[in-house]
Design a protein around this ligand. Structure first.
Ligand code: CMC
Length: 400
């Protein structure tokens, strides 16, 4: 109707109607398909939560068994894809490898792109859709583990379908228990699984919006996941867990916290792991994460390089400071997750991959929802043009 709303950064624009995730930013509440995140974190598993997000209900016993079997039996990567990823530099950022892997899966599975042949098969063939969902979930963990093995210049470890999703991921990374050299510590696998539940979905965040946006062109889901993963890579989004640790290392000691905060207030730098577009009170995931952190620290030892002490001092000082209080800035999910991953011994640049692997489930849930319940319209925002008016071309020699 000609009315256009200028909303830079989509601060107030709802692009979809969704049944997946509910957030009340003022109350600090997060629910998936109606279930509070606190209950899912305590009682569900990552794969079950992924099913819930994607299919809208908790699986019954038989659905659960089939689902786990199928995802775990789609964890294998082809030799071709493995060698392609191995040809990347050993010090490539693991997120670059993750993004490359997903964009390549589009080439390895051309049947995932039926729209190129003019057919919108995803709306009529649940089998085709489910196949891509299972494959993307299964392979994302193996791609993640391989990105780490490439860094270590070690051979890939084949997945084991008899382990749980997170146990298998730790197994493929060779993060095994000293007590049982063939199996990861079940307590650490459980901690990682809880972190994966917390990261599985978060409604229309930057990467999920990218997934749905790119998916609206009806390209295959692997290409759309590559786009979503690229959005997640940035330090304002999933890259923040890596950026938090680098920030704590830069600060270096508790006595330098006040000077750092002065720099933040002068807008010289950001306090990574603080602030959120939707939560203006507390991020419920960060409350749960603190408990997971305590569990992991009690298993693996606490704070060998003093970063937790700095993180606590920084958080306490920021929560008391009027600059952060007035702007309603609180620790978000990334503030503590990086410290957990560091204690688990992962290299810093691997942290965003540990965000991306579980978020694949949220991306797929939204992609599927938009195919099945969306308007079918391609996403195509408008703009407010503020450039030059009409003018005539000037030949090169006549330009001033
Ligand atoms: N450090 C310092 N100042 C901040 C921060 C921060 N982390 N976050 C927001 N502000 C300031 C911002 O400069 C602005 O100040 P002013 O009113 O003087 O202009 C005010 O607070 C409002 O912030 P905003 O930029 O309008 O907030 P936003 O909703 O556009 O941005 C955010 C949200 C998460 C990108 C931002 O808070 C941020 O950059 N945080 C640091 C990066 C980070 O931790 N990201 C992870 C987010 S949670 C998980 C995920 O989604 O990946």
């Amino acid at each position: 109707n000609g009315i256009r709303v200028y909303d830079p950064g989509f601060m107030n624009t709802a692009a979809i109607k969704s049944r997946i995730t509910y957030i009340d930013g003022d109350a600090g509440e997060l629910r998936h398909r109606g279930y509070p995140i606190e209950q899912l974190a305590e009682r569900s598993t990552y794969l079950e939560t992924a099913y819930l997000l994607i299919y809208g209900h908790l699986p019954d016993a038989s659905q659960s068994k089939i689902w786990e079997y199928e995802v775990m039996h789609h964890t294998f990567l082809s030799e071709d894809l493995t060698s392609l990823l191995r040809s990347m530099r050993y010090d490539s950022h693991p997120m670059s490898i993750f993004i490359t892997a997903f964009s390549s899966l589009s080439a390895y599975h051309p049947e995932a792109n039926p729209s190129l042949a003019g057919q919108n098969l995803y709306t009529t063939s649940p089998e085709l859709l489910n196949k891509q969902v299972i494959r993307a979930l299964g392979k994302s963990s193996t791609i993640a583990a391989l990105s780490l093995r490439i860094r270590m210049n070690r051979p890939a470890i084949a997945p084991r379908a008899d382990l749980t999703y997170t146990e298998n991921l730790l197994y493929m990374m060779d993060a095994l228990s000293p007590a049982d050299p063939y199996r990861p510590d079940p307590r650490l696998a459980k901690a990682l699984d809880t972190l994966f539940i917390l990261h599985a979905d978060h409604e229309m965040n930057c990467s999920t919006a990218a997934m749905v946006h790119v998916g609206s062109s009806r390209v295959d889901p692997y290409s759309a996941i590559a786009a979503a993963a690229s959005a997640l890579y940035g330090p304002l989004h999933g890259g923040a867990n890596e950026a938090v640790i680098r920030m704590l290392q830069r600060i270096g000691s508790v006595d330098r916290v006040p000077a750092f905060l002065e720099g933040v207030k002068k807008k010289k730098e950001l306090l990574f792991g603080f602030g959120h577009r939707v939560y203006r009170n507390t991020d419920p995931r960060s409350t749960i994460i603190r408990k997971v952190a305590e569990e992991v620290f009690s298993i693996l030892g606490r704070d060998p390089d003093g970063l937790i002490e700095i993180a606590q001092a920084l958080r306490d000082a920021a929560l008391k400071d009027p600059y952060f209080v007035e702007r309603k800035l609180y620790p978000n999910v990334d503030y503590w997750s990086g410290l957990i991953y560091k204690t688990m011994g992962f290299p810093l640049d691997f942290f965003p991959v540990l965000f991306a692997v579980p978020r694949v489930s949220g991306w797929l849930a939204h992609w599927k929802q938009n195919l099945e319940e969306g308007t079918g319209k391609i996403w195509r925002p408008r703009q407010v043009y503020v450039g030059e008016g009409r003018r005539d071309y000037v030949e090169l020699g006549e330009r001033e």
